[in-house]
Design a binder for this molecule. Structure first.
Ligand code: ADP
Ligand code: F6P
Length: 319
């Protein structure tokens, strides 16, 4: 293993830069050359690669987003697209690739390794939707952004004695809503992994109001239903004034938390270590506070389960 390439793909996540920095510096420390690929798999197909040196990753550990840029590239989902990418990797003399991204990006890495090219995945997504790892890079920062927003919404919500519905990201995974709901003292969590009953929610809101609660916070994961529609329904069924806030892409930005920088640095170094050991088709993660690596097929086949204890705890603590 002499030359390594690194790319960031899919939705960007705070901490991706720290991961890229760790890959570049660990690889150079170990005597390798490193190439950065711009715009994820798009850049791989287009041959948009450039050599990175130690200083190319200076002053980026604290920055959100990704200096390598990210993209969603449909062409890479086709065999022809992947053949083009493989040719580019050969032409540039690349021996192994590190992919920082979510499950879609990992599927791309899996396909590349099936074509015989060594590829290692690092989990970079705010969604925390990968079952094999306790945390993905970016989740902790996004959570803190959401908690900050909840506190602000709580102020105005309580002044006006309203119900606030806060819609957060997560695609098919409710972790941002769930954990931000616990940390932000939400009354109700609505996530794709668990069903919900509108009348039960309305009953809880009325009971809370009658008990003297000034306001209620509902955390809603995207994809379960529209926040505004729910706000209208609650007003109609309970008479309580309700407001919807969709946090959107604010959750994807910002300086990464200490936790995200730390795991990104450890995972970046681990990915390089794996390539140097001649391994391929692995993804790096963190389990019980230890950096681990798992076969990419196994990792993608694992089913993500809802943390029912946390889900129940939110309910108990919000009575
Ligand atoms: P994420 O990695 O955050 O889950 P996406 O699902 O959008 O984001 O995937 C990012 C990119 O990974 C896609 O634009 C595509 O280039 C590549 N990709 C996704 N799924 C596949 C697949 N089944 N085969 C090959 N490449 C894929
Ligand atoms: O996967 C990360 C994520 O931010 C999801 O939470 C969200 O559904 C999606 O990406 C939004 O993607 P886009 O970049 O296309 O707006």
């Amino acid at each position: 293993m002499k030359t390594i390439a690194v790319l960031t793909s899919g939705g960007d996540a705070p901490g991706m830069n720290a991961a890229v920095r760790a890959v570049v510096r660990s690889a150079i420390y170990n005597g390798c050359k490193v190439f950065g690929v711009n715009r994820g798999y798009r850049g791989l197909i287009d041959g948009d690669l450039f050599e990175m040196d130690l200083s190319s990753v200076g002053d980026i550990i604290h920055r959100g987003g990704t200096v390598l840029k990210s993209a969603r590239c449909l062409e890479f989902k086709t065999e022809e697209g992947r053949e083009k990418a493989l040719n580019v990797l050969k032409v540039f003399g690349i021996d192994g690739l590190v992919v920082v991204g979510g499950d879609g990006s990992f599927q791309g890495a899996q396909k590349l390794s099936e074509m015989g090219f060594p590829a290692i995945g690092i989990p970079g997504t705010i969604d925390n939707d990968l079952a094999y790892t306790d945390y993905t890079i970016g989740f902790d920062t996004a959570l803190n952004t959401v908690i900050d927003a909840i506190s602000k919404i709580r102020d105005t919500s309580s002044s006006h004695e309203r119900v606030s519905i806060i819609e957060v990201m997560g695609r098919h995974c409710g972790d941002i809503a769930l954990y931000a709901g616990l940390a932000g003292g939400a009354e109700v969590i609505i996530i794709p992994e668990a069903g919900y009953n509108e009348d039960e929610i309305c009953k809880k809101l009325i009971q809370s109001k009658n008990r003297g609660k000034k306001h209620s916070i509902i955390m809603l994961a995207e994809g379960v239903g529209g926040a505004q529609k729910l706000a209208d329904k609650i007003k109609e069924k309970t008479g309580i004034e309700s407001r919807a806030t969709i946090l959107g892409h604010i959750q994807r930005g910002g300086s990464p938390s200490a936790f995200d920088r730390i795991i990104a640095s450890q995972m970046g170094a681990k990915a390089v270590e794996l390539l140097l050991e001649g391994k391929s088709s692995r993804v790096v993660g963190i389990k019980n506070n230890e950096i681990i690596d798992v076969d990419i097929h196994e990792a993608l086949a694992m089913e993500r389960k809802l943390n029912t204890e946390i889900y129940k705890l939110v309910d108990i603590l919000s009575i």
